[in-house]
Design a protein around this ligand. Sequence first.
Ligand SMILES: Nc1ncnc2c1ncn2[C@@H]1O[C@H](COP(=O)(O)OP(=O)(O)OP(=O)(O)O)[C@@H](O)[C@H]1O
Length: 287
Amino acid sequence: MSEIAGEGCEQLIPMGERKLLEEIERSLITKYRKNIWSKFTKAIKEYNLIEEGDKIAIAISGGKDSLLMAKLFQELHRHGTANFQMEFIVMDPGYHESIKALLVDNCKHLEIPVHIFEARIFEVAEKMAKEYPCFMCAKMRRGALYQKAQELGCNKLALGHHYNDVIETTMLNLLYTGNFKTMLPKLKSTNFEGMEIIRPLYLIEEEAIIDFTESSGIWPLNCACMVAAKKIGNKRHQVKDLIKTLKTSISDADKSIFRATHNVNMDCILGWQKDGEKHSYLDFYEE
Ligand SMILES: Nc1ncnc2c1ncn2[C@@H]1O[C@H](COP(=O)(O)OP(=O)(O)OP(=O)(O)O)[C@@H](O)[C@H]1O
């Protein structure tokens, strides 16, 4: 498609044959009960992600994270007490035919009834932001997903960001932008009234997701990007490696970064922003 298209990101290689659906589903509440299932239900409870009567659009990219998220929601719907409805949505940004076929095949095997819709995002991102298409692509993708979710009568949009994404985002902001800001487990949309994003994989470590995916024998889509792929200097990969290195000498470094976002001590902070307004601790010093 593009002269700036890269070679694609790393592909997860399954450990063996694709397992039967029944076996994959059972593993979620047996082998992966501690590291996946319990963390999924804990995040839902702790951050109050699902409420009575919700209709949730579950966004599936076909990657490992969102495929797992779909199975977890189905399991919760089947066995949980929460009263909610769900729709599974896939936005086709202009995937290569073979990639789309793999996505459809995986969803069929996993019995995830997806609504696939086209959005030609790759083409537009490439035209409008040749040098750095990722930001534009992510923004348009979010808009397209919200719109589809709303069309289907949903009030929430579930995204497959996990624990490591949260930590990496925190560190990216700290190291590159000079602010302390993280990715929230739920967030109200400013452009789509009444809509919220939820991130139910918030407490699940990527390592567990990789293990589950490889052991299920599923070939998930990798980033499937047709525009930038690996070619653009990926700061996220750099921060991922940095955290890995940190963990070799400080084993709980990741946990501490995560906890820090829940434990900001406002008595020891010099400046902050609230509702778009800047504040300094000196404004409150004499009080
Ligand atoms: N084309 C798409 N259609 C529907 N949802 C998408 C699409 N692309 C991304 N998403 C949603 O946004 C989330 C974050 O996207 P991102 O590209 O960062 O994925 P990721 O970290 O590689 O996760 P995954 O393994 O699910 O692709 C995904 O987990 C998914 O919920």
